[in-house]
Design a binder for this molecule. Structure first.
Ligand code: 8YV
Length: 312
């Protein structure tokens, strides 16, 4: 008999087909399956979920046979790792395979803001160009300072891309970093002072909640822009919205938000801001690679082996 697993959110059809081949998949996102899921909860041995979605502790408690939570992503902020460990539940992620695409989104957001891409798009579509409406000069990344907040794999990939655009790279990392020749800053505040573009790549946790706060935004200054490809919770959104509206910073490019997808309505009217619906890893190529890594972790677990990218 195929083992029962719970799929919290949809994956690519090809990946779901592979899951269906190997497992009896209960789909939490399908309202029609609510009752069958309740009936199967005693035998569900694995959960597959998204990084931004995770799995609540009460759900973990209601799955007595659970042995592995396989996150289709790298963020572990929505899974209580100590709680999972206390119940002998493995938590796995998909490191490495999404690094380049997330860094690309960071660059796309940066250029989108600096070069006013969405404003230009709106002006062309609305006929403003034909009517001779003026378009303001943009800002070049060349020669500017790129500050990387969180120099993990994604931060490094973004730093390398920044260098290719002629930017100098500064970074802040919570633990010391060796083997890079970018300029280290002692605090997030120092980094913001030394940045024209501050790119947030730091993992979300209690320790990094609101790490980008009002003093950091004040230090970034009126020509600075903020890029966030990490999690909404690492930025104080009240401070960010207030700072953009008041011209404390020049603008922002954001892929992630607190409470997404129900984000604060103020974002919709923010000037000089490019918003994306959490698409950092969302390419066909990367989602296939992530899905395959989820499958590899599950296969290892069900073969009685340690899943290769377990984090706890
Ligand atoms: C995904 C993510 O969008 O890696 C993460 O932690 O948030 C993203 O890559 C998400 O996991 C897919 O559901």
């Amino acid at each position: 008999m195929k083992p029962d697993i719970l799929l919290v959110e949809p994956m690519m059809p090809l990946i779901e087909a592979k899951l269906d081949d190997a497992y009896s998949v209960h789909r939490l996102y399908d309202p029609a399956q609510k009752q069958t899921i309740e009936a199967a909860s005693g035998s569900i041995r694995a959960v597959v979920t998204g990084g931004g979605t995770g799995l609540a502790n009460d759900r973990i408690e209601n799955l007595p046979a659970l042995g592995v939570i396989s996150i289709n992503g790298v963020g572990t902020d929505k899974v209580d790792l100590p709680f999972a460990r206390s119940r002998n539940v493995h938590v796995t992620t998909t490191p490495g395979v999404l690094t380049d695409d997330v860094a690309d989104i960071g660059i796309a957001l940066m250029l989108g803001v600096l070069r006013r891409i969405t404003e230009g798009d709106r002006m062309v579509r609305s006929g403003g160009w034909e009517k001779g409406e003026g378009f303001p000069l943009a800002t070049s990344p060349k020669g500017k300072r790129l500050g990387i907040l969180g120099l993990g794999q994604i931060g490094r990939a973004l730093a390398r891309r920044g260098e290719a655009f002629g930017m100098s790279v500064h970074y802040y990392n919570r633990s010391p970093v060796t083997g890079v020749n970018w300029t280290a800053c002692a605090t997030p505040l120092d980094l913001a002072r030394d940045s024209d573009v501050l790119a947030v790549c730091i993992a979300a946790s209690n320790a990094t909640r609101n790490i980008v706060d009002q003093p950091v935004l004040d230090a970034l200054g009126k020509s600075g822009i903020l890029i966030n490809v990490a999690r909404g919770t690492v930025v104080d959104e009240d401070a960010l919205i207030g700072s953009i509206n008041a011209g404390v910073i020049a603008g922002a490019g954001l892929d992630v938000f607190v409470g997404e997808p129900r984000i604060r309505p103020e974002f919709a009217t923010l000037p000089n801001t490019v918003l994306m619906p959490h698409q950092g890893s969302a390419t066909v190529e990367t989602r296939l690679a992530m899905g395959d890594l989820v499958l590899t972790n599950l296969a290892a677990y069900f073969a009685g082996e340690k899943p290769p990218t377990t984090v706890n």
